[in-house]
Design a binder for this molecule. Structure first.
Ligand code: MRU
Length: 342
């Protein structure tokens, strides 16, 4: 890992590393209520699909702890309020809904509601770290000496609380002694690649070069990119994958250059309730994120601004999905179904 805890339940608070301040400042916020956690998710103090799921689950845990001595009906009402608030924070990453549904179902079916809610939330946190490890091991087999891996956004430990998904694969291969290099897209507008991915790679002493997003085609043609590995926010039953805005373009570029394009994600990121990527809700974020750079306005007032935070890569561009149950290959309808049954 990066040597920093991303999130932690401490007594009746949740301590969150504020990722908006990285890489220049390491600062934690202490959330004593669900509103604070919801704000942290909405403003990307904690972000990345699996980490959002963990944060939401721990938010439910603190509601349970704070209302533990109340009668069951009241406790359940409080938990439902927290569930409803957290559900509204971000629409695309399915791990949020997956984690919240797991926790509320456990609460509703338990006699000892408070204790079981906390246990389920902690279990989700533990499982997330375990699945990262598995993804890392399966994915590392795909990498070899000399690989130059391009990645987009941050699908590292900061995004999962474990070793990461896409970056977990890279870290595991590196630990196995494979001589690989990373090219990180900066990932406008919020610079998760520049601020967070390079931060993690530097911490692990893995060679990394940072490029602007518009250099990806150049890097594939001229800088020796041999593989692309990215994370995912939601994967449909047919393998269509939502990930950070810009991923779709990179997938098209990879196909054009004959470069394998892998998605790394736990099964909890696969939404079996939807057939194709058409059904994935895409978050549109505040125009300020584009209009201002480092608090300086970089576009005239009055300009229209479009700020979709994610795009969907159609399954035909994806070489494989590296999951905690192995590397899934096309046709994804079949391999995904099989993975859920195994
Ligand atoms: O807006 P963010 O920073 O939450 O977006 C994060 C991503 O798109 C990641 O690639 C994805 O969540 C996978 S994290 C393992």
């Amino acid at each position: 890992m990066i040597g920093l805890k991303v999130i932690e339940l401490k007594d009746s608070s949740v301590i969150i590393l504020d990722q908006t301040l990285l890489p220049t400042e390491v600062k934690y916020i202490e959330c004593e209520d669900v509103e604070c956690i919801a704000e942290a998710i909405e403003n990307l103090r904690i972000r990345g699909a699996p980490a959002i799921g963990v944060a939401a689950a721990l938010g439910m845990a603190i509601t349970a702890i704070k209302n533990a001595d109340k009668p069951s009906e009241i406790l359940l009402i409080e938990l439902k309020k927290s569930y409803d608030r957290l559900k509204k924070t971000r629409p695309t990453a399915v791990n949020l809904f997956w984690a919240l549904d797991r926790v509320i179902k456990r609460a509703e079916s338990s006699k000892n509601i408070a204790a079981e809610t906390v246990k389920e939330a902690l279990r989700i946190h533990d499982e997330t770290k375990i699945s990262d490890k598995r993804i890392g091991e399966y994915g590392a087999d795909l990498l070899e000496d000399g690989d130059v891996v391009l990645t987009h956004c941050n699908a590292g430990g900061l995004a999962t609380t474990g070793i990461g998904t896409a970056l977990g694969v890279i870290k595991t291969a590196w630990k196995q002694g494979k001589k690989i290099k990373v090219i990180a897209d900066e990932t406008r507008p919020l610079l998760q690649g520049a601020r967070l991915t390079t931060f993690e790679m530097v911490a692990e002493e893995i060679p990394v070069d940072l490029i602007c997003d518009n250099m990806a085609a150049f890097a594939m043609k001229n800088l020796g990119v041999t593989k692309v590995i990215v994370g995912a926010d939601r994967i449909a039953r047919n393998g269509d994958t939502a990930n950070k805005i810009g991923t779709y373009g990179i997938a098209i570029l990879a196909k054009e250059h004959g470069i394998p394009f892998y998605v790394a994600a736990p099964l909890s990121t696969i939404d079996v309730g939807i057939a194709t990527g058409e059904e994935i809700p895409i978050e549109y974020r505040n125009p300020r994120e584009i209009k201002f750079f480092n608090n300086k306005r970089v576009a005239p007032d009055g300009v229209g601004i479009l700020n979709p935070a994610f795009d969907v890569t159609p399954n035909e561009y994806i070489t494989g999905i590296i999951t905690d149950k192995g590397v899934l290959k096309p046709p994804f309808e079949e391999s995904i179904e099989k993975a859920f049954k195994s």
